[in-house]
Ligand binder design. Sequence first.
Ligand SMILES: NC(=O)c1ccc[n+]([C@@H]2O[C@H](COP(=O)([O-])OP(=O)(O)OC[C@H]3O[C@@H](n4cnc5c(N)ncnc54)[C@H](O)[C@@H]3O)[C@@H](O)[C@H]2O)c1
Length: 425
Amino acid sequence: MSATPAIEYDVKDIGLAPDGKRRIEWAEREMPVLRLIRERFASERPLAGVRLIACAHITTETANLARALQAGGAEAVLIASNPLSTQDDVAASLVSDWGIPVYAIKGETTETYNRHVRTALDFHPEVIIDDGSDVVATLIKERADQVKEVIGTTEETTTGIVRLQAMANAGVLTFPSMAVNNAQTKHLFDNRYGTGQSTLDGIIRATNILLAGRTLVVVGYGWCGKGVALRARGMGANVVVAEIDPIKAVEAVMDGFRVMQIKEAAAIGDIFVTVTGNRHVIDAPHFERMKDGAIVCNSGHFDLELNLVGLRELSSEPVTLRPFVQEYKVQANGHRIIVLGEGRLINLAAAEGHPASVMDMSFANQALSVEYLVKHKGELQPGVHLLPREVDAEIASLKLRALGISIDTLTPEQIEYMNSWETGT
Ligand SMILES: NC(=O)c1ccc[n+]([C@@H]2O[C@H](COP(=O)([O-])OP(=O)(O)OC[C@H]3O[C@@H](n4cnc5c(N)ncnc54)[C@H](O)[C@@H]3O)[C@@H](O)[C@H]2O)c1
């Protein structure tokens, strides 16, 4: 086993490092695009000496992103982006085997989570990788003197980008932020196929429920919701969608799902999954209408999609049936409502998050966004930026190459045709 590291850190048990190392290296085999970037970073060192903090789910895939950033020369510090998503063996291995300071413990309290955010800010980061914008929000609210040290930030998830846009509108975002989530090679795959599969994995690991024949209600038919609905249908569930956007709702109808208001769906669902990025989309009156034994969980970024405070007021003290499974009894009708993962994103609380092969592209975007920020230091306007389209296309090309798939290219005749208007019927 590795020697005790001479760096500061806060992980559950440093002795878990060997397990973490084996899993990190296994995940790396599924991340060929990130590996190519790491190899290039190791020779070019584009991030030499850059102080960087990454607030992310501390998983095997994030560990491989951290390795790429370190190979590029960054001095990286990692903290968890959610109190329940840390893999403790991975956190230990990053500290022990790669000498990367990590402050993350699965099940940490909200106070510890916030303390870790502040500890990370004490490193005076020049680049911040954020997931949900908690670090950037804390920086702006509490560390005004440090804001000028920041070259830029990157944001992993939809909710974080909504917050960044709100900061920009309020005139408080004074540095550039790369909207990693909005790259096509991120949300088309990570949010749809990653969240789709791993959310069901979380539900099944927590409950061992058979999905076939059950009515599964998906609240929110965005990228994540589409993935959850598609995968649940594939496993034989009768999928019902609740939406507030008429275009998404029509899309869900045309995709073959029943669409209805959540108050109607509440009465017929066996399993509920929220993926909206919005607050209290399942509220107290909806819990009151649910069937006895209904299972409810969230896979959106924050734990406020389910109004659990409201549910608690309606119910007797919840009973923990098994890890990540709490049963509430609604006093008015005696119905038992089963809440998974305390309303936190279920795919990370009860399962392992997205598979490595999909995070390969998301984290390729992260690594290249950090490189882009550093390369264009001082040139980018404050606000939310997209990675250039060519970078997105390059990540997709690398992924195809890694999968051994070749695609066609336009012939000169086709290029000429696509750029002309004379030829018609
Ligand atoms: N679990 C994960 O690993 C994971 C991965 C990626 C994104 N996320 C998070 O999941 C959430 C959704 O992300 P996305 O990329 O699908 O976003 P999105 O914007 O594509 O979709 C969200 C959908 O929710 C709908 N919505 C909003 N309020 C609603 C309400 N009250 N009732 C019904 N529908 C409502 C919106 O109209 C939209 O169609 C975000 O919080 C995001 O950060 C989680």
